[in-house]
Design a protein. Sequence first.
Length: 292
Amino acid sequence: MKHRIVFFLLSFFQGLAAQTTEPLVFDKHYGDVINRWVAFPSLKNQGSIIAGYVYLDAKEGVFVQYQLSFHFGPENELIADGIDKNELFRLRLGRAYNFKLAALSSEHCALLKIPSHPDGAAYYQFTTEQQEYLSGKYLNDDREFERAQVYLERLYSQQPHYPDLELQLAYCYNGQRRYDLTIALLPKAMENNPNEPLFYKELAFAFLNSGMTAMAEKTYQQCLNKTNDKSLKSEIGSSMAYFFYLQKKEDKFKEWSKIITDNAEPGSQYLLLLQQLQQNWNNRPLNEVRKL
């Protein structure tokens, strides 16, 4: 009888220990777990879970690097299966792969015998400033503007003129249609660097979408004066020509169309669009006013 009681107590406490293992919750966005171990269901093998490390690649974006596979046991414990060579070694997270991830705690990592940092960890190390900037930049690229804003504004509060930061913030604000924030931000950036044409382009875009057409025209013209990039000039001409096409202002349409014809490469998308607008001039919607 005594042995039965001891056996029961051991079984009870072992079961209790298994139950107190922190559960995996698949609720994390990849932008929130950079430089963290994570888990997610295998894309190749049903029932298998991937343990991987989320990191920044300075040139390509946010990736998860495969470490090992595991599955859940009968008590939902984590059981390592080792390395499956059929799994993808690394995966670019973003618009194509934007599933929810589970953050692995130190307890999970210990159970799976995962090191505190992956092999080659030095490759993933950035300064705090680089990490904030790159995180925001690649979230911007994935159109995750609200998440990008957190990283970029945090860096801006410390180093407002960090290289390309103000431009990334402008992309972020314009992507959210927060044109008021762009209009407040970029004049300060121009004071520090008056020769960056993309500042003028993004500011003009914000003016145009705020109904400030005269300011948009003036700022786009400043952008044209700051750059020798024919593709950029063609893009600006195309934006304004299309705007005035919708506004039925023929003189203005012709004025900005000339920017396209003077700069666009033969067969470019800008010339093709211009040709379509010219052909449809008399067939466009009567009352359409559309913001770009």
